[in-house]
Ligand binder design. Structure first.
Ligand code: HEM
Length: 378
């Protein structure tokens, strides 16, 4: 069992202290052999990659896309209305999140391919075979790469080989930047053009970072707003209420429950020679459910004061996709709120809860995963 750092203050401190708890490590060791960037690097290399990606994540680039996101959500919902019954994750949330990514990355032609991968790129092969990938996801969330698992990097690799063969050629030919892959292939960091492994590492976080996390957040909103219609009324009452509601759902759900760090003394040598049993975990759930920091952390309270949660991380690696998440979620809620009064659970939502350890040795009941939320429209 690897050590997990738990508790609000402890996790914040460790997340900030990159010199002691380094991100210079290879994650997903079962499915890839290159670093995700900027995630799996320390300053100053980390900072250079992070700055290079800023144009993709800047509010000025993203805000103009909000009407397209909202239109996408409205179209999906209006198609579902005619069905009378639907499943939230498969029929609404996944197509919405994938659709938003195709808009942000200017890759509308990839919608069907990305949709076919399901919620998580590493389980794409199993998902396409129709297997239940939950056990593998759970092991991964606990950063247990030894468990027997259907996880497989081949589907993503095939895709990355194809798009970067093309994008690299376009950069060589001096063609205009057309989409995200042309942008990534043309990046120059520290006066050196990025190499293929670096392109793949960047593409990984762009495709994976905003996928299962946002899927959980949006599914959580539907589940909660049907259970607590007064909270839907609270958001409807004032545009200013969107943001605190999103922050509180992010705190409560903590869609990225933990991340790996390597204590500095073990961050030496190549990845294959390292003792990964010495790696530690930052427990974001334990921080966001720390009763010393949050009153009644097990309750969803959109009016929570000083909600300085760390669901989006803390310190140098804090989430680059927070703007994307907020803009996507506001657009989604604007499309959902006029309809949700007509939605009922057709059967009890299938939710996986786990006993999550806290810093004081107690546990909290943590909502680990939405498996299915079936809705009937009335
Ligand atoms: C509810 C949605 C999301 C949650 C809860 C979330 C959570 C997090 C967390 C906790 C980290 C810090 C990881 C660490 O300290 O090691 C992180 C980093 C990151 N996230 Fe997100 N994320 C979300 C959405 C997104 C989206 C939509 C994208 C982009 C499409 C994205 C891209 C990234 C990137 C690139 C990093 C690495 C930043 C760095 O290393 O400097 N995330 N995210």
């Amino acid at each position: 069992m690897r050590k997990e750092i738990r508790g609000y203050n402890e996790v914040r401190e460790a997340a900030r202290d990159w010199e002691t708890y380094s991100s210079d490590l290879l994650g997903d060791r079962d499915v890839r052999d290159y670093r995700q960037l900027p995630l799996e690097a320390d300053p100053p290399r980390h900072t250079k990659f992070r700055m290079a990606l800023n144009p993709v994540f800047s509010p000025s680039a993203l805000r103009p896309l909000a009407p397209d996101f909202q239109e996408l959500a409205e179209n999906l919902i209006s198609n579902l209305k005619t069905k009378g019954e639907f499943e939230v994750i498969e029929d609404l949330v996944i197509p919405y999140v994938i659709g938003c990514l195709t808009i942000i990355y200017k890759r509308p032609q990839d919608f069907d391919e990305w949709r076919a991968w399901g919620p998580d790129v590493w389980n794409a092969a199993a998902y396409m075979r129709g297997e239940d990938v939950h056990a593998a996801e759970l092991a991964h969330r606990n950063r247990d790469f030894s468990a027997q698992s259907p996880r497989d990097g081949a589907v993503l690799q095939t895709y990355l080989d194809r798009v970067f063969d093309e994008a690299e050629q376009r950069v060589k030919d001096g063609l205009d930047e057309r989409d995200i892959w042309d942008f990534v292939a043309g990046l120059v960091v520290d006066e050196v053009p990025v190499d293929r492994k670096e392109m793949q590492g960047i593409a990984n976080v762009l495709l994976a970072g905003g996928r299962d996390t946002v899927i959980k957040l949006l599914s959580g909103f539907i589940w909660h707003l049907i259970e607590a219609p007064e909270h839907a009324d609270f958001i409807r009452a004032d545009e200013e209420h969107f943001r605190p509601a999103i922050q509180e759902m992010a705190r409560y759900l903590s869609p990225l429950p933990r991340m790996e760090r390597v204590p500095r003394e073990y961050a030496v040598g190549d990845d294959a020679s390292r003792d990964t049993d010495e790696y530690v975990l930052l427990g974001f759930v334990s921080a966001n459910h720390d009763p010393e920091r949050f009153e009644n952390p097990e309750i969803i309270d959109f009016e929570r004061e000083r909600n300085a949660h760390i669901a989006f991380g803390f310190g140098p690696h804090s989430c680059l996709g927070q703007n994307i998440t907020e803009i996507e979620t506001v657009a989604f809620l604007k499309a959902v709120l006029p309809e949700i009064g007509h939605w009922r659970f057709s059967i009890e939502p299938a939710i996986e809860w786990v006993d999550e350890p806290l810093a004081d040795g107690s546990t909290t009941r943590y909502l680990d995963k939405f498996k299915a939320i079936k809705i009937q429209t009335i």
